[in-house]
Design a protein around this ligand. Structure first.
Ligand code: BGC
Length: 574
């Protein structure tokens, strides 16, 4: 173990060599980090039970450091009944036994820092698990107990109280209310759950809830965690009186593009986040937040990252933009200008654990409007995987050249696609059951990583594994393992490695600004970044001419007679 640790530290030092900016050296690392999202259950299985864990991740940290990312965001790792992949938390100060122990987590944090990386974890403040002790106490205490004030309990409507308190809908399908049985056996009041019934919403009007979460933040910050992703940050405050949704609100169930919505993007969330910022700022080294706030317009999103509030927020307009030069440019411009107005960096991502993998989205005919990123809205028809792969390579170079931070979702660097034909009996996302088997949910983007070998589990689990992986991998992923792609200069993985290496040393990349090249033709996105950098992305069919340049730093596919082929991108030194 000692020798292994020494080897890892040496890798950390090598990555920190002069000329290599690492996040460890830079105080404002969070303004320009490339952050790798680790979906722990599917990253690497260290103990052979078919589920990814901290031991598996620890063993693969050198892979991540070598890839060239700056930080890791780890999806919820807390004890959880796993009704919603860990977003149903029963204890916010411990680690789920399937993933490891708190001391494994501490060793992990130390090792991540030793490698020059940062670590962000994922806090779920809108709801707990129904197995959280607080919810047990609320049920056991009876109708008038103070413990119920931590959640949102209401009497039912209708003569017998057997209709829900209002018409709110669960994001996963069905009503957002479930009726409880009181301790004396009678049918009782109803509780709110914007997600699954096993995820009761907390009452953020309660001081106790507020104090508890500030204490949870401190708990993890004290242990060395550098940042926190805030789950459904736009949902925590509900309108007084819990009024019914209007007709337009119902249609917008999973987004919040509608001002005045009774439970999305309410003004009151900002006060909570100002308090959280004060907690973060009480540490000498940066402790940062990234909000998952689905709020429609960039200007609404910018309100979450105003001075004194959160540091960063995901930009979903970019993620849902179709593969078209005009819409991508609008998404980029609106995010950059909205964030610049409040002094925050933009955050770009192409995929995450909730949406169809972008390779698959881009492999289908592109629409004019936002692309549906959920499985139930995915258009029928075959995916052109070769086209999707080519566009995903191009998209990587575009995203990594934009000012601000980029979030990579595990497996995108391997060119993994959405697995849309998982057998019904393997599906685990609550959406599948809650939608009456009409929405296949998000399992298709959550499959275990393929590391090596010719057949599943592709090195995801150790040789002595007792169980098969929790979701089955397609045999075709044989060509996409880390092992298969390493050293293949045409592969997605080597493209990401090269791009991240350049991004780390090039002074133009990361935080900063861009200027569009106004001479570019309509299907081409072209911009410069000082000093001396230009990115050209050809989203058209025909080849495009390149602007004057000193050197080609990197291209997603080989240039053809000095021209940039359709669906490809190039980084130039000017
Ligand atoms: C997470 C989802 C989760 C939901 C409820 C999100 O937006 O990313 O995976 O199901 O919140 O916690």
């Amino acid at each position: 173990m000692r020798a292994e640790q020494r080897r890892r530290r040496a890798l950390g030092r090598a990555l920190a060599a002069p000329g290599n900016r690492t996040s460890a050296d830079v105080r404002d690392w969070w303004r320009e980090a490339v952050c790798y999202q680790v979906y722990l259950r599917s990253f690497a299985d260290g103990n052979g039970d078919g589920v990814g864990d901290l031991t598996g991740l620890y063993q693969r940290l050198p892979y991540l450091a070598g890839l060239g990312v700056d930080a890791l965001w780890i999806n919820p790792w807390f004890p959880s009944p796993m009704v919603d992949g860990g977003y149903d938390v029963s204890d916010y100060r411990a680690i789920d036994p399937a993933f490891g122990t708190l001391s494994d987590a501490l060793a992990m944090i130390e090792e991540i820092h030793a490698l020059g990386l940062r670590i962000l974890i994922d806090i779920v403040p809108n709801h707990t698990s129904s197995q959280h002790p607080w919810f047990h106490e609320a049920l056991a205490g009876g109708p008038d107990c103070v413990e119920r004030d931590r959640y949102i309990f209401r009497p039912g409507t209708g003569p017998k109280g057997d209709a829900p308190p209002n018409n709110w809908r669960s994001v996963f399908g069905g009503s957002a209310w479930t009726r409880i049985v009181e301790p004396d056996g009678r049918a009782g009041s109803w509780y709110l759950h914007l997600f699954a019934p096993e995820q009761p919403d907390l009452n953020w009007d309660s001081c106790l809830v507020r104090r508890e979460f500030e204490s949870i933040l401190r708990f993890w910050f004290d242990l060395g965690v550098d940042g926190i992703r805030i789950d459904v940050a736009h949902a925590m405050i509900k309108a007084p009186g819990l009024p019914d949704l209007g007709p337009s609100d119902i249609e917008l169930i999973a987004s919040a593009a509608h001002p005045g919505h009774p439970h999305w993007d309410r003004e009151g969330v900002h006060e909570i986040f100002r308090g959280w910022r004060a907690v973060a700022d009480s540490y000498p080294e940066p402790r940062v937040f990234v909000a998952e706030a689905c709020v429609g317009a960039s200007e609404r999103l910018a309100r979450y990252v105003r001075p004194g509030e959160l540091h960063t927020a995901f930009n979903f307009d970019y993620l849902t933009a179709p593969w078209r030069a005009d819409t991508l440019r609008i998404a980029i411009d609106s995010s950059l200008s909205a964030m610049a107005a409040v002094g925050a960096p933009a955050i770009w991502a192409l995929s995450n654990h909730d949406v169809l993998r972008h390779l698959t989205r881009y492999g289908r005919p592109q629409s004019d409007g936002p692309v549906h990123t959920l499985a139930n809205h995915s258009p029928d028809g075959p995916v052109d995987l070769a086209l999707g792969t080519r566009r995903a390579q191009t998209a990587a170079l575009l995203m990594l050249a934009l000012p601000g931070c980029a979030y990579l979702y595990q497996g995108e660097e391997l060119g993994l696609w959405e697995v849309e034909d998982l057998p019904d009996e393997t599906l685990q996302d609550p959406t599948w059951e809650r939608s009456g088997h009409t929405d296949r949910g998000r399992d298709g983007c959550r499959l275990p990583m393929p590391w090596s070998g010719d057949a599943p589990p592709f090195g995801f689990s150790p040789d002595h594994a007792q169980k098969v992986p929790w979701l089955p991998q397609p045999p075709q992923w044989k060509q996409l393992t880390v092992q298969a792609q390493t050293g293949d200069e045409q592969s997605m993985l080597e493209l990401y490695r090269r791009a991240l290496r350049i991004r780390r040393v090039h002074p133009a990349l990361g935080d900063g600004s861009l200027a569009w090249d106004t001479t570019a033709v309509p299907d081409v996105l072209s911009f410069t970044r000082p000093p001396g950098f230009q990115c050209v992305v050809n989203l058209g069919q025909g080849a495009a001419r390149l602007p004057d340049h000193r050197e080609v730093l990197l291209s997603s596919v080989p240039l053809e007679d000095g021209l940039l082929p359709g669906d490809s991108a190039v980084w130039l030194a000017r």
